[in-house]
Design a protein around this ligand. Structure first.
Ligand SMILES: Cc1ncc(COP(=O)(O)O)c(C=O)c1O
Length: 436
């Protein structure tokens, strides 16, 4: 078991891990029922299963209302609009996240302002967020990244001091709780994604949850072509689009919600074991336990590559680990301001120049912790590695140990071997057939 697989040795793991997504017989039955009912679409709005799912999902996360939408990006966009974001308003977002977090701000007419993340959670750092506030700031958009939460108590306090809205990007946090409160229920609104790789999925989809009736009504109207919301107490008539989901998606999501509790616990158990095993391996560091995190939602198990020497890059480490049969990633996200999927300029988004002497140039932004996390340090293991048994987790840790122990054998071939792992986001999907 000594020669590294990337150099031609036998991989540490040769059998497949549990697959994702998964479904049950009940899902098949529900889907068939929708098919045969002929009631397929999102209209009348909300349709039967979409309504049932939205209510149950919101309730499971401690919010009063839920409104399903086509995907997570649109969920963030309409949540921001419902929170009152208008053309030119600044929204503080963490630099280390999926590009869609910031793209949603642009599509809502806002200006994303990047702030750095905390080195132990990789979530928006409250002091960095404070420093990013200007007279134009209207909202904070923390992301609960991978397996940690933004410190929502501090975020809320900061928002209160400055009269800002808080919209939580919970694309990674289904079922998670911070200080006893469900993801998305701490802020004014919470936005979730149900894209294939997520902890609950219908292939695509999203939901906005809130306990504020004014926000819920606005969300419903925005999602349903501007029509009146169900309760219509606030009587607003925004210009909306058709962002409704189908009953097929809602049927699948009901099944996903039924499994969430059990799978969340299973992932937590696996993660606890992983953390204890990694603690015995030199040169890697599990993320420290987070105060206030009542229940982990583990979208990816993230650990840090911190070798005592600089011979082998994180990208090469991740490539070698993957060759051992462990699905993983190093450059999962780039700081959004450096991502080639985020080429935002004022010609396309005039709010970046609105009432400013100079247009915002994102290439000048620098967030040290985000850059270190993205390019040197973070290693991402997808959640389905934790859905099997203890032996799966042990084999992942053994593979990490094997690569760490033998990494010096890789030093000479860094550039060549790490090729795919260090490519930009837009190039990679052509080369990799992963769904995460
Ligand atoms: C942190 C984060 N925010 C937003 C999104 C956008 O979700 P979607 O892909 O459903 O539009 C994603 C998912 O890709 C995400 O990971």
């Amino acid at each position: 078991m000594s020669r590294l697989a990337i150099l031609g040795g036998k991989p540490a793991r040769t059998t497949p891990f549990p697959t994702w997504p998964r479904h049950t017989e009940r899902d098949k039955k529900r889907l068939l029922e929708v098919l045969e009912s002929g009631n397929w679409g999102g209209f009348p709005f909300p349709n039967q299963l979409a309504r049932e799912f939205a209510e149950r999902f919101a309730d499971a996360h401690g919010a009063r209302y839920g409104c399903t939408v086509v995907n997570g990006t649109v969920a963030i966009q309409v949540a921001l609009q419902a929170a009152g974001i208008k053309f030119g308003d600044e929204v503080i977002v963490p630099a280390f996240t999926w590009d869609g977090t910031a793209v949603a701000v642009l599509h809502a007419g806002g200006v994303p302002v990047f702030a750095d993340v905390d080195p132990d959670t990789y979530c928006l750092d409250v002091d960095a967020a404070r420093r990013a506030i200007t007279p134009r700031t209207k909202a904070i958009l923390p992301v609960h990244l991978a397996m940690r939460f933004a410190a929502m108590d501090c975020m809320k306090e900061l928002a209160k001091q400055h009269g800002l809205a808080v919209v939580e990007d919970c694309a990674h946090a289904h079922g998670g709780r911070f200080l006893g409160r469900g993801a998305g229920s701490y802020g004014d609104l919470g936005a979730f994604s149900f894209q294939t790789s997520k902890l609950m999925t219908a292939g695509e989809g999203g939901i906005v949850i809130t306990s504020r009736l004014d926000c819920h009504e606005m969300t419903q109207s925005l999602v349903n072509c501007g029509r009146a919301s169900e309760s219509d107490e606030f009587g607003k008539r925004p210009v909306g689009g058709n962002y409704r989901i189908t009953e097929f998606q809602a049927a699948v999501l009901l099944g996903q919600l039924e499994q969430l509790e059990e799978l969340t616990e299973r992932r937590q158990r696996g993660a606890a074991l992983m953390t204890s095993l990694l603690s015995g391996i030199g040169g890697v560091r599990a993320l420290p336990a987070q105060a206030g995190l009542t229940r982990e939602a583990i979208y990816h198990y993230v650990f840090q590559y911190r070798p005592p020497d600089r011979g082998v890059s994180r990208d090469l480490f991740a490539a070698a680990l993957e060759a051992e049969g462990i699905p993983c990633d190093g450059r999962f996200y780039e700081p959004v301001y450096r991502s080639d999927l985020f080429q935002a300029n004022a010609a396309d988004f005039p709010q970046l120049r609105y009432l400013r002497e100079e247009e915002i140039d994102y290439r000048r932004v620098s967030c040290t912790v985000s850059e270190r996390a993205a390019y040197e340090e973070s290693v991402w293991l997808p959640h389905f590695l934790l859905l099997g048994d203890e032996e799966d987790v042990r084999q992942v840790a053994e593979a990490v140990e094997k690569v760490m122990k033998h990494r010096h054998e890789l030093a000479a071939s860094d550039e060549e071997l790490a090729g795919v792992k260090s490519m930009s986001r837009s190039e990679r999907p052509r080369l990799e057939k992963k769904n995460y």
